[in-house]
Design a protein around this ligand. Structure first.
Ligand code: BEZ
Length: 216
């Protein structure tokens, strides 16, 4: 089954470096980034896992749980994590799913047989607190991912889930946003008190609204 944006992310129970994980329950009310690695003890993956461990405070700040996946067993993950910590100078601070039976890889379509029969590609799924798939990325094994871009997309997704806004090309937090076409000028004046600038009737910019105060 092919997963598409807006689908409910398939639920599963699978072993991980932090014990068995019941996926939806584990996500709880948070956002989630699920990302796959072709195999343990591979160089690009080693750098990716180090990069994500270093960015963990940034994911936490956004209420995002991160979870890796590789098709090797949990004992292999444990040995590899020692290498990651040694070579990347970080403590691994998030779980890695062990998927030797390919249960999760197959559920999420992470194995692309024309690229490789057994290893997963580098998939990224961003899943919302409603358990719906908000973003999917697929990279080849040879290209390490840019996790700053993943954080940027999360900022956009979280903003646009609260406001009738979209974010333009290369947008970064703090920059002007785009008012979605379904909002009339009259509605926009009410919804965006900072005002807006209409370059074309369909291209209207407004300052990014302030983030809502976190609830206790
Ligand atoms: C890597 O993670 O380094 C890698 C894995 C498979 C093929 C090429 C690179």
């Amino acid at each position: 089954m092919t997963i598409q944006l807006g689908d409910t992310a398939p639920d599963f129970t699978q072993d991980s470096t932090e014990g068995p994980i019941r996926f939806h329950e584990w996500i709880g009310d948070a956002w989630c980034v699920l990302f796959s690695h072709p195999a343990d003890y591979t160089p690009v993956c080693t750098t990716e896992l180090g990069a994500v461990a270093r960015l963990k405070p940034e994911f936490d700040r956004r209420n995002v749980k991160v979870i890796g996946l590789s098709v090797d067993p949990v004992e292999d993950h444990r040995g590899w994590i020692k290498d990651i910590e040694e070579t990347q100078s970080v403590r691994m601070n998030f779980p890695m799913l062990a998927d030797p039976d390919r249960k999760v890889s197959n559920l999420y379509g992470m194995i692309h047989p024309n690229a490789d029969d057994t290893m997963t590609v580098r998939s990224v799924f961003i899943i919302g607190p409603d358990k719906k798939v908000k973003l999917m990325l697929t990279y080849p094994a040879s290209t390490g991912r840019n996790f700053d871009e993943i954080l940027r997309v999360i900022d956009s997704l979280q903003l646009t889930s609260e406001h009738k806004l979209a974010t333009p090309a290369n947008w970064k937090p703090g920059e002007d946003c785009i008012i979605v076409p379904a909002v009339s000028d009259e509605e926009a004046r009410e919804a965006f008190p900072a005002g807006f600038r209409a370059v074309k009737p369909y291209l209207r910019y407004t300052p990014q609204p302030a983030a809502a105060a976190p609830t206790a």
